[in-house]
Design a protein around this ligand. Sequence first.
Ligand SMILES: Cc1cc2nc3c(=O)[nH]c(=O)nc-3n(C[C@H](O)[C@H](O)[C@H](O)COP(=O)(O)O)c2cc1C
Length: 399
Amino acid sequence: MTSREPVPAIGAPLALPSGLVLKNRLVKAAMSDSLGDGAGDPTEAQIRLYERWAAGGAALSLIGEVQVDPRYPEKPGNLVLGPEVDMGLVARLAAAGDSHDSHVWPQLGHAGALAHGAISQPAGPSALDLDELRCAGLAEAAVAALPMAYAAAATRAKAAGFSGVQIHAGHGFLLSQFLSPLFNRRTDQWGGSIEARTQIVLAIIRQIRAEVGPEFAVAIKINSSDQLEGGLTEADALVAVEMIGRESIDLIDISGGTYFPGAAASSDRATRGPYFLDFARKARAVTDTPLMVTGGFKTRHEASDVVRQGDTDLVGLARAMVVDPALPERWLGGGANVDPRFPRFASTPPGGVTAWYTMRLTDLAEGDESKTNRSLEEALEEYEARDAARVDTWNRRFS
Ligand SMILES: Cc1cc2nc3c(=O)[nH]c(=O)nc-3n(C[C@H](O)[C@H](O)[C@H](O)COP(=O)(O)O)c2cc1C
């Protein structure tokens, strides 16, 4: 951005196909905040955190990993948009995130083969018995029931006051597993070519749209590739983007990597610069659907450049919005020294960076950032102990 620009590209509003207008181009990307109460309901701390992001100027915040089926959660701190949910609390969360002319949408998740073992019997598109991962395969009837499960969760989201949802089809969780030949070895209508592997995603989009109507935003997060040998390739991901773009969808959020044990996860990555821009440029050529790119944005210059050049419509910010929850306001204010100061870590045990950022989310939600100088090892310990302490609560509620 230059000082001569009257309205920086990232400050311009964006109208989505469903009619919803986002006030600027900066989105708090989906993060599993682990701030649920351990029984699938929101907490006061979580409500405060989404109010804080709304006040900080984000056009939209995505609540990571809101489960459509309590049998396959990513973590015991997830929310669950099932029939048991406390709709009063969910409505307060929606209202908090919608304040300050901002929006908040739940990201509809189902962890499939990567469901949290202590509270789940993981099942993906196909049974796997690998060194790193063992899971059952979903029966055909269970796959056929998925569109209704996602649509029921989206309907609850709408009833609670959210203005949209994001379908999570990235990072190695269930729908990402369907897209990936590494996980999806099915020989029925849901497996085989990339066109066949994408069918369940299309069926879910159509069922959600049929239930929520035309004026509710429906977005999707998808991998540009799994970055795994034998996983989803860029060429196949582009075919999936093109197919998804022909549906009634508002936004395609591009990411990459997986939480497959030992693999590269975007939230643990430390390379410089936006990660998935090349793919976004290719996606532009195959779809007119608005695009968001998430991963690796650290400076206002990077964010402004990609929007101004038309590579993406929206910029997704995860860790930057944990370091500074008021970053959009700062970037749009146009002052100097507005970029976040990211922490540097001496050693990086696997999962440590994600655990550190998750624990800082708790600090922000509780308004106590004094603990933020914990090491990655300390963060991992706190994070894992909290999850372990929630297992009984979750199992009592849902088993
Ligand atoms: C603590 C944490 C939790 C995350 N949870 C989710 C999630 O629930 N859903 C999701 O799509 N991505 C999740 N991510 C990934 C981010 O949305 C994003 O794709 C990734 O962190 C790269 O973006 P960044 O460089 O801006 O952090 C998470 C990231 C972090 C740091």
